[in-house]
Design a protein around this ligand. Structure first.
Ligand SMILES: [Zn+2]
Length: 219
């Protein structure tokens, strides 16, 4: 399932934002506050991350988390930070550690990735994924309730801009970077995006200090 090239996307630099009541440490282990309203969830050093950004008009998630248990933790964390709904879920690639748990967030989230993502997900789909995961623990079985594959509702070509509340998200298609369809997400008003195709594991999309560790050298 995992190709050699990995994607690491990070936000960097400044933001002026609204102060949200919840602190990252209130959200549970593995949650990091990058900037006001921008959080990432890295369960451990080896697990694929997922992130969420709060706006005045709702939440944007980036990737759907590695396991259904992680996704449930993410959903709980978002509820602690805001009562606004998840409006969009942007995938940065098609593999199941990013896309297999769409069902936990959508509805209400509209899922977005680049052209070719749905075809890619269908090609890579493992019909035994839920069964295999469910065998791990009763908690995992419970977290899988309602499991089904949800391909992106929207596939864009080359570029897409989402304006939600006070924030802007620029989606940039990355050709042949890692999976059948890969997206970098850039928030121009809050910082820059760095996109790194490397052989390092896609552990961090955001890091707590807004940078990327350990991956640059492998470019
Ligand atoms: Zn991948």
């Amino acid at each position: 399932m995992l190709a050699k090239l990995k994607l690491v996307i990070s936000f960097a630099v400044v933001t002026v934002g609204i102060a949200y009541a919840a602190r990252a440490q209130d959200l549970g282990p593995g949650f990091h506050k990058i900037k006001d309203g921008i959080y990432t969830f890295a369960p451990d050093q080896l697990t694929t991350t997922c992130s969420f950004v709060v706006t005045e008009a709702g939440v944007v998630m980036i990737d759907a988390c590695n396991s259904p248990l992680d996704s449930r933790r993410m959903a709980d964390a978002i509820k602690k930070v805001t009562d606004k709904p998840i409006m969009f879920l942007i995938d940065t690639e098609t593999h199941s550690d990013h896309t297999g748990n769409h069902f936990i967030f959508s509805p209400p989230a509209t899922v977005i990735n680049a052209q070719g993502a749905a075809d890619g997900m269908k090609k890579e789909y493992n019909p035994k994924r839920a069964e295999t995961l469910a065998a791990k623990s009763p908690e995992m079985r419970q977290a899988l309730k309602g499991e089904k594959m949800i391909p992106p509702h929207i596939e864009y070509k080359d570029r897409m801009t989402i304006n939600l509340g006070e924030r802007t998200f620029k989606l940039i298609y990355l050709k042949n970077a890692h999976s059948f369809a890969d997206t970098a997400v850039w928030m121009p008003r809050t910082g820059t995006v760095r996109v790194i195709g490397s052989q390092c594991a896609h552990v961090y999309q955001f890091t707590p200090n807004g940078g990327v560790t350990g991956c640059h050298r492998q470019l």
